[in-house]
Each structure stands twice: as C-alpha cells, then as structure tokens.
Design a protein around this ligand. Structure first.
Ligand code: COA
Length: 328
C-alpha cells in the first residue's frame, strides 16, 4: 500500500465585475481584435474595491470543501499560492484559515507567481504522501488587477482576478510500481526555477526595496519564446515518471496565459485538441488561480469525470515552471 494525495474536491470563484476588451480599448490604445488574435482573451473579472485575495480564496475553498464533503475540522493544511497577498504578513493562508474556521495544522503561502498552483500542489502532495498531514486545502487566489499598470497596454490586457481550490486527502491505496498512473491521486510533479530569467516578468517594487507593492513589468516576446519549450519539457518529465506518453492524458488543464502558448504545447506534444481545457477567453490570466479555476469549470460542466487522467502545467515570473499529473 502507498500513501497518496487524492483530489476529492475542487472549487472556484470569480468576482462579479466583468471587464471586456471593448471597455479596455477606451482607456488604452488597443482593440478587441488585437487582444483576441494575440492572446485568445475576450474578457476578465476584476475584484470589487472591498474584496481582497483572501475573500476570493475563501469562496473557492468553500466550494471545494462542499464537493469533497469536508468541514473546517477535517483540514490540517492550508496552502495558498498567491502573488497578491492581503498583507505583507501574516500569510494569506493564515487569514484564509481563520475565515474558514480551520484550527488544526499549518497554513502558509507559496510564491511562484503564475506557476504557484503547481508548486503548491506539489508541496501539499509531498506533505500528504509523507504522512505528516491528512487533508490539505490547496488554493490559488489572486487580485492581479491591483498590481497591473493600467496604462501599459502590453500587460494590462492579459490579467484578471479569481480563485480556485482543491481538497487533497492522504489515502493508503494500491499502486502498481510498473503502472503508477493507473491508480487515483497525484502521480508525479516537476517544479523548476531559473532565477537568471527574473527580468522577463516581475514587479518593479517590493517591501524591502521601494516600500511599495510595485507594478507588473514584462518582456512579453522573450517570455513567449521561453514558454513552450520549458512547459513541454516539464510535461515530458512528468509523463516519463508516470510511465505514460503525454498524449495518453484524458485532459490537459494548463495555466491560462495565452492561447498561442497552449496551442504551441499541444502541437509540440501531439496532444488531441479536444483534450484542452481553456478558460482563457472568459477569465484571462488569473495567475495562480487559473489551473484550479479551469479544472473546476470542466469538472462542473461534466467533461472531467472521476478516474480521468489530468495533466496540469504552469509558467510564471521567477522564472518558474512545472507540470503535474493526477488521476481525478
Ligand atoms: N494592443 C495593441 N497593440 C499592442 C498591445 C495591445 N494590447 N500590446 C502590445 N502591442 C503592440 C506593441 O507595442 C508592438 O508594437 P510595435 O511593433 O509598434 O512596437 C506590437 O504590438 C508587437 O508587440 P510584441 O510584444 O512583439 O507582440 P507579441 O506578438 O509578442 O504579443 C504578447 C504580445 C504579450 C501577447 C505576447 O508576447 C505574449 O503573450 N507573451 C507572453 C505573455 C504571457 O503569457 N505572460 C504571462 C506569463 S504567466
């Protein structure tokens, strides 16, 4: 028997306010056609003035906990992936823990920007597989609109706000070492960082440098050129560990940065077009929230079923990138 992290529930939350490309084109020099053609984005959500990241996270977490059929007393690990914390400290995870009424175990944040959810999921899965914790709430939550430079057309059109969550539970199950992907749960993850590429995507401020939160700065073109290679390589590594071919997955649930990056990865790995879960048109890039939001969307509309094999991937500031494979 092997102790494995099983995904028992997922949830999502999007703020009410919709910001369309059309509306953006009234404040910066852009157009709906340009944004759709270059990114696939049609609209994004923006958090209300009185909504903070932990509010979004709590809504997504409650949704995931309801599906998993667990209450606050059942959770002993809360990990929040976010780049837009409510405060410099305490961790947003600590605030979320208190708002949910979770009293056991530990809560902490993971900071890997748009790859944050992959990092958080890998972290939680290792804690659960090690037997130190029983049930984890893994959340990606962002109010990226608060750090976007709304005068920079090259970045402000890309991002949106939202939150997604998964409940993971440690279960002792039979895993065939020759076919690790046959059993449910987290099968393999790969997380990578190359700090030498930090200047591709960063904010120009921080607590100990400027004393401000800063705003997003990006070299979009250079970032784009790095993305497909690194993402595809991470997916191949994960597939090899799981003893499958990337094309064997039932669903590909990528970080929703850009439709052209997604298509590049799909072509590189010869994945079926109809296995891609894309929410980019309606959500934009919600950074750490995008993977669990997309997963929840496909779960709720009936596409992803229990037992399906799911590949996730992400790439973000740092540079961070990675992939993960689980059986729902
Ligand atoms: N509307 C209209 N024109 C725009 C624009 C916008 N919103 N943003 C940039 N442009 C212009 C540029 O100013 C440039 O004009 P110029 O040729 O007169 O200088 C032109 O479009 C081409 O810019 P470029 O940056 O080369 O475009 P691109 O084809 O690389 O597309 C991105 C830009 C941002 C869509 C693309 O680089 C990208 O998706 N990069 C990855 C971004 C990403 O995924 N970031 C998040 C990772 S987690």
């Amino acid at each position: 028997m092997t102790l494995r992290a099983i995904v028992t529930g997922s949830g999502g939350y999007l703020p009410e306010r919709i910001l369309t490309n059309e509306e953006l084109s009234r404040t910066v020099d852009t157009s709906d056609e340009w944004i759709r053609a270059r990114t696939g984005i049609g609209e994004r959500r923006i958090a209300a003035a009185d909504e903070v990241t932990s509010d979004l996270a709590v809504n997504a977490a409650r949704d995931a906990m309801a599906e998993a059929g667990v209450g606050p007393g059942d959770v002993d690990l809360v990990i929040v992936a976010t780049t837009t914390p409510d405060r410099t400290f305490p961790a947003t995870a600590a605030i979320v823990q208190a708002k949910l009424g979770v009293e056991n175990g530990a809560a902490f944040d993971v900071q890997a920007v748009c790859c944050g959810f992959v990092f958080a999921l890998a972290t939680a899965a290792n804690f659960l597989a090690a037997g130190s914790h029983k049930r984890a709430l893994v959340i990606g939550a962002e109010t990226f609109s608060r750090i976007v430079d709304w005068t920079d057309r090259a970045t402000c059109v890309l991002f949106g706000d939202g939150a997604g969550a998964m409940v993971l539970e440690a279960q002792d199950i039979d895993v065939d070492p020759d076919a690790p992907a046959a059993a449910r749960g987290l099968i393999a993850t790969e997380i990578r960082t190359d700090g030498r590429l930090a200047d591709l995507l960063y904010v120009d401020g921080g607590v100990s440098s400027t004393g401000t939160a800063g705003q997003v700065r990006m070299q979009g073109n250079r970032l784009f050129r790095q993305a497909v290679d690194r993402i595809a390589n991470a997916m191949v590594t994960v597939a090899e560990r799981a003893r499958i071919a990337p094309a064997d997955v039932d669903w590909f649930v990528p970080h929703q940065a850009n439709e052209r990056i997604l298509n590049g990865v799909v072509d590189r790995l010869a994945l079926r077009r109809d296995c891609v879960v894309s929410t980019i048109a309606g959500h934009g890039n919600t950074s750490a929230a995008s993977i669990p939001l997309a997963y929840t969307t496909a779960r709720r509309d009936g596409r992803i079923k229990t037992g399906d094999l799911i590949m996730i991937e992400g790439l973000g500031g740092g540079l961070t990138w990675g992939a993960g494979l689980f059986r729902a």
